[in-house]
Design a protein. Structure first.
Length: 88
């Protein structure tokens, strides 16, 4: 029997109008309220992997303290889409 765990996260993307293609933000673990910042695609993926592979009963926040190393050859980064203008 497979047991699945659901972790609820809030992803806040911080978009700098001068650098719209740069991925930055905050990943919040809802259960603990802990905020974890990321400054690029690789650090975001590392945070998500640390949470996904966490088996620590203390929760995802403890696992994120030392995210697992990721193999960058396994991650596909696509260029950002062009900006969308709202209003006008």
């Amino acid at each position: 029997m497979t047991v699945r765990t659901t972790v609820t996260l809030i992803l806040r993307l911080l978009i700098d109008q001068n650098e719209p293609g740069t991925l930055r933000g905050i990943l919040c673990d809802v259960s603990s309220g802990a905020d974890h910042t990321f400054t690029g695609e690789y650090s975001l993926v590392a945070l998500l992997r640390a949470i996904a592979h966490s088996t620590d009963e203390a929760g995802a926040s403890e696992a994120v303290a030392q995210p697992a190393a990721i193999d960058k050859s396994q991650v596909t980064i696509q260029p950002p889409p062009p900006p969308i203008e709202i209003g006008g």
